[in-house]
Design a protein around this ligand. Structure first.
Ligand SMILES: Nc1ncnc2c1ncn2[C@@H]1O[C@H](COP(=O)(O)OP(=O)(O)O)[C@@H](O)[C@H]1O
Ligand code: SF4
Ligand SMILES: [Mg+2]
Length: 335
């Protein structure tokens, strides 16, 4: 008999807040009340311009450092508030892949030691034979030839090979969740597709959940099941990536999509707001002093007085699709 009990998300976060001190009593409102859920085997993309708080969310999820407030759960374990020892143990179930693989790797260490860093920190796998086998399997799994790379140091590898070593190191700990923060942004275009393909096939084969952070719409859309769009520390829209170009209704998401070449954008929905040139060109307001009400209002072609007065709540407009906007197109508004 199958259980009817709903399974807990693999990873969830509620009301994350992160503020960085900025001198003279000021603070950077980097992340302001962000929540998310990632199901087992699901990839959630986080999309938004540089500076909108994507990396801060990623680091909060893995508690490096923990958020100022809010809750993070990994399966049924609440990470926020755990004692350091338990947190370290729980955190091994969630691994992060960073943007710059070369600086993520200790330049003095050889590949075999870099890949084994996790178990040496967590204190498991002292059996040397087992260790060598596991390192070689991990390297093969990410498309590297152990005999060629095992004894090399990071400077003897290409950027793509270094990122493969980072993936191997993360996978060796057999995590349930991967957080990938702009994992291909620093790589040559020719290598980006290979690493994306590696991540995609790895999470599918192992049934992992992934949070995939990037500023590139096409990259996020292609690899994700759902996409969460952020602007200036807030969530604007969460929607399935399939048909995203047609279904997105938040003016900021539409602005991001409008920046893509038409061939990638596909057909546009009737009544979709056309972002004006001011919206497209305007800069992100300062996170030291975000606009009142809706933070996007200074660039939004649909903004009204209400947008300055009241912050729009994130609301569901149909199953699996949520937006934070007072003036979504009428056909999408709940009755
Ligand atoms: N350690 C820090 N100290 C002060 N401000 C920071 C720090 N890290 C990030 N910020 C600021 O927080 C905001 C969000 O940054 P970040 O999360 O890196 O955004 P993204 O990853 O979307 O580019 C930015 O304004 C950034 O300048
Ligand atoms: S709430 Fe107002 S300013 Fe914000 S996105 Fe919607 S219309 Fe634009
Ligand atoms: Mg970032």
């Amino acid at each position: 008999m199958t259980s009817t009990r709903p399974t807990a998300p693999a990873l969830s976060a509620e009301d994350l807040v992160v503020e960085y001190p900025a001198g003279r009593g000021q603070k950077v409102h980097a992340v302001s009340g962000v929540g998310l859920e990632v199901a087992a085997g699901e990839t959630l993309g986080i999309l938004g311009e540089s500076g909108c708080g994507k990396s801060t969310v990623g680091r909060s999820l893995i508690q490096l450092p923990p958020p100022d407030s809010g809750t993070v759960r990994l399966g049924d374990v609440t990470l926020t508030g755990l004692a350091p020892r338990e947190l370290r143990r729980a955190r091994a179930r969630m691994q992060i892949i960073m943007q710059d693989p070369v600086s993520a790797l200790n330049p003095r260490r050889r590949v075999k030691d870099l890949v084994w860093e996790g178990p040496s920190i967590w204190g498991s796998g002292e059996d040397t034979r087992d260790k060598d086998e596991r390192i070689d399997t991990a390297l093969r799994d990410v498309g590297l030839d152990p005999a060629t790379v095992r004894e090399r140091r990071p400077h003897e590898l290409s950027g793509g090979q270094c990122q493969r070593v980072c993936v191997a190191r993360a996978l060796l700990l057999d995590p349930e969740v991967l957080i990938c923060d702009e994992p291909v942004s620093s790589l040559d275009v020719s290598v980006q597709a290979q690493i994306l393909n590696l991540l995609e096939t790895t999470v599918r084969r192992r049934g992992l959940s992934m949070v995939f952070i990037a500023h590139d719409v096409a990259v996020v859309k292609n690899i994700s099941d759902r996409v969460m769009v952020m602007y200036l520390g807030k969530v604007c829209e969460v929607l399935p990536s399939d048909g995203m170009h047609h279904e997105a209704v938040h003016p900021y998401t539409r602005l991001l999509l409008a920046s893509l070449p038409e061939v990638q954008r596909g057909p546009q929905p009737a009544g979709a707001p056309e972002p004006g040139p001011a919206g497209a060109a305007a800069e992100l307001p300062s996170p030291l002093n975000p606009p009142s009400g809706c933070r996007f209002r200074t660039r939004c072609p649909l903004a009204t007085a209400r947008c300055a007065e009241r912050e729009p709540a994130l609301r569901e407009i149909r199953p699996g699709h949520r937006i934070a906007c007072h003036h979504a197109p009428p056909e999408r508004n709940p009755v």
